[in-house]
Ligand binder design. Sequence first.
Ligand SMILES: Nc1ncnc2c1ncn2[C@@H]1O[C@H](COP(=O)(O)OP(=O)(O)OP(=O)(O)O)[C@@H](O)[C@H]1O
Ligand SMILES: [Mg+2]
Length: 262
Amino acid sequence: MEIATERAASPPTVGGVKVLGLHKSYGKHAVLHDVNLDMAEGEVVSIIGPSGAGKSTFLRCLNYLEVPTAGTITIGDTTVDAGARRPDRASLDRLRRVTGMVFQNFNLFPHLTVLENITLPQMKVLGRSREEANAVADSLLNRVGLAAKSDQHPSRLSGGQQQRIAIARALALSPKVMLFDEPTSALDPELGLEVLAVMRDLADEGMTMIVVTHEMHFARDVSDRVMVMADGRVLELGPSEQVMTAPTHERTKKFLRAVLDR
Ligand SMILES: Nc1ncnc2c1ncn2[C@@H]1O[C@H](COP(=O)(O)OP(=O)(O)OP(=O)(O)O)[C@@H](O)[C@H]1O
Ligand SMILES: [Mg+2]
């Protein structure tokens, strides 16, 4: 079984993200091979690549929604080592607390109002009072432009609105890094734009973000670097403009031609 121990973060990663030698197998099927990533605080990395490349698995390993087979993950000052002996509940909890995740299908609680979706996790996870949680929620709802929807249930909202609520819910827990797994791919293009605008603001405000996306404009214009994955490996990782306009890898060129021609 996989295990977590805590270690001091190495100096360059303070506030940032460092992934070393991440492997993931399902039985005999290896889906991630030696994935490495070192991000400064405030950096935005987009992950692109064909279906089945391991993009979601990589993201889900970062907060242990999937348990990696080997490797170490450091986020802020929390390190989890998948090769160590016994699971350390406390450092896993800390790792999850510093990562906010936004999924393709929003995953809001349907039986709660918009406001409750954002306040209950704060009360449960961070022990905030209802008043504190309400204040944080109000400010975040304003930030994503949805203050008027506070008392609605998610099913009454458009997909783009639901996704902005999901972002607000994640931000309410004050994460150090935000992980996005194709946050706009379930949306009509226009609704996707609302969500991308919120993400662009977040990036401008200095949030550290890892974004799996098929939005090539976002990858090129908003992220600092682009990581290309195929077959469970990182094919290339470099400045966005360079990777998007002059990729070094033949497989990247083929992938970019396919998505840009669509
Ligand atoms: N629970 C699982 N059990 C077995 N294999 C899995 C499991 N989850 C994912 N895989 C396999 O891992 C590989 C990577 O899947 P992953 O979902 O990470 O790809 P992806 O790059 O996110 O693809 P997409 O662009 O389609 O979302 C695939 O071959 C997939 O079949
Ligand atoms: Mg995926």
